[in-house]
Design a binder for this molecule. Structure first.
Ligand SMILES: [Zn+2]
Length: 252
């Protein structure tokens, strides 16, 4: 019973995170503040009230329209919120937590991994819209990766290989230019740092597969100059295989 409450709670947190993610994906490329500026309708610019911002519920209650100007809210937002809720619930389930014996170590781990997942979803969103990973997101990635290594050090895990991944990550960040390949390598080392070799190896195999399928489809349909969102694929498969890996290893 306690577990069901936790999973429902995780779903709700997930939808809130999803809602934050859509906001971040919209604002980061426009260089708007993502934390201390109130949400507003992108059509009429009216500030949103608390009742307009409840994930899923607001959308259904307002029938997918802005309360003030009646402009349609994209269904994509609803889908992303539901999707985030499910992903986050699965992630919490996969950790196989015992809430009664859980300490601060587990809590900090969950917090860091939550920020990790949110970062990947933001990367997916921005990659889908503009085929790039914005530098400020990469910079944020460096910060959260450093916090993670610090956490591992404090809980007494050998951080040797994590430091190596971090140095490589830093190097890619410093030498990067606009080429997409740098973003791909950045994501690879970023996911490696958080989810380990097994998960990333599986991820890479599936990304190669789907990329090959993509190329074939583009060739068949004679589509040219259309970018394949490889970074998005890496993030999606990485989240999926991380959760799967947790389940098979029965949690944290
Ligand atoms: Zn409006």
């Amino acid at each position: 019973m306690l577990n069901i409450i936790i999973y429902v709670f995780a779903f709700i947190i997930g939808t809130l995170l999803g809602s934050f993610t859509t906001l971040a994906v919209y604002r980061i490329p426009r260089r708007e503040n993502i934390l201390n500026k109130r949400s507003y309708c992108p059509n009429c610019n009216h500030k949103l009230g608390f009742l307009d911002m409840i994930p899923i519920v607001s959308y259904l209650f307002l029938r997918g329209k802005c309360r003030y100007c009646k402009d349609k809210v994209r269904i994509r937002y609803l889908i992303l919120e539901v999707f985030s809720g499910i992903i986050y619930m699965l992630f919490i389930m996969s950790l196989n937590l015992n809430i009664l014996t859980m300490g601060y170590k587990e809590l900090i781990y969950i917090l860091i991994m939550t920020i990790y997942i949110v970062t990947l979803i933001i990367i997916i969103g921005i990659d889908r819209e503009s085929n790039t990973i914005i530098k400020s997101v990469k910079k944020f990635g460096l910060v959260i990766a450093l916090i993670y290594i610090l956490y591992l050090y404090i809980v007494d895990i050998n951080i040797y290989r994590y430091v190596i991944y971090y140095i490589l990550l830093l190097l890619i960040y410093v030498i990067q230019n606009d080429k997409y390949i740098y973003s791909i390598f950045y994501i690879l080392f970023f996911t490696l740092l958080f989810t380990g070799t097994t998960v990333v190896f599986t991820t890479v195999i599936f990304v190669l597969l789907i990329t090959a399928i993509n190329i074939l489809i583009y060739k068949y349909k004679k589509i040219e100059n259309k970018a394949i969102p490889i970074c998005s694929y890496i993030c999606i498969f990485n989240i999926g295989f991380m959760i799967l890996n947790n389940f098979t290893n029965s949690g944290m």
